[in-house]
Design a protein. Structure first.
Length: 205
């Protein structure tokens, strides 16, 4: 199991979804990768910020991809986050905190010019509500608004935990993109990430 920051960064890079994992036609966005020494934090004003990692987290990597706009349809933008905690207990506390954040902030600002509203979330342990792929799972949905792309558009976020690793996927729709298109991409992305986490942690045993 990862014990050092270097080991954790290597694992995060091995499992964070790349464009090919989301489906045909997806490409890298710019910037493509975040600094693994920082992670996203929802502040007291319900605005997402990037902050230095707490002592309980070894590494957190975010990758940004999209299915470009074409034939009058807007882009589908997706995000993958792989976070390696020091212990499985630390990872479990992150999951619990994320569930509370949707209750605290049903409306959130993602970044300048982007916001989500009307968030609803639910959590499920292994074996409950169709969760047979991870020890804990969270899902969240709402409406996405963008100065660039307008809105409301479909927004979805899912996060799962295996041991000391959490993986998350975020999808944002656009003009003439269906909920099913976004959901299919997210399902492919998180399934591949969970498979890769199992492979990586299995190889470390």
């Amino acid at each position: 199991m990862p014990k050092t920051r270097a080991q954790a960064v290597r694992l995060a890079r091995a499992v964070a979804a790349e464009p090919v994992n989301w489906g045909p036609g997806f490409v890298r966005r710019t910037p493509y990768e975040s600094d693994p020494g920082y992670w996203p934090v929802l502040d007291a004003n319900c605005v997402w910020q990037r902050e230095s990692l707490p002592a309980t987290v070894l590494a957190s990597l975010t990758r940004y991809s999209e299915l470009p706009a074409e034939d009058g349809k807007g882009p589908i933008r997706v995000t993958a986050v792989a976070t390696v905690h020091r212990t499985a207990t630390d990872a479990g506390w992150e999951m619990a905190g994320m569930l509370e954040e949707a209750l605290r902030c049903p409306d959130q600002q993602l970044r300048q010019g982007e916001r989500i509203t009307g968030l609803l979330s639910q959590g499920s342990a292994f074996g409950l509500m169709g969760n047979f792929t991870s020890e804990d799972s969270l899902t969240e949905g709402g409406q996405y608004y963008s100065d660039e792309l307008g809105g409301p558009h479909y927004y979805s976020w899912s996060q799962s935990r295996l041991g000391q690793v959490t993986v998350a996927v975020v999808g944002r729709g656009a003009k003439d993109r269906t909920e099913a298109e976004v959901s299919t991409a997210l399902s492919q992305g998180i399934t591949q990430m969970l498979t890769d986490v199992e492979t990586e942690l299995g190889a470390a045993e």
